[in-house]
Design a protein around this ligand. Sequence first.
Ligand code: SF4
Length: 90
Amino acid sequence: MEQKVEVSTWRDHAACKGTFGELFYPPMQGERRSERRLREERAKRVCARCPVRVECLDQALRTKEITGVWGGLNEVERRGLLHATEGSGI
Ligand code: SF4
């Protein structure tokens, strides 16, 4: 008989788990700049109270996620962070 082992990951504790996915990624049909800003502000408010924000941002930076809000930063902000830390040994 096969035994199932439950493995908990940081994703299990994400404040966005389940219901807020549409806040974190742009819609397929696109969005206006003002809509994007509002959507991202709402997503970042969820991230601000997320207990796994550090783990989430770390994953996005390591995998160079190209879109969406991860760890409270959008893709432009993450690229800026990566650029700022290049060569700094961080
Ligand atoms: S930091 Fe934001 S995107 Fe990452 S798991 Fe938490 S709520 Fe979701």
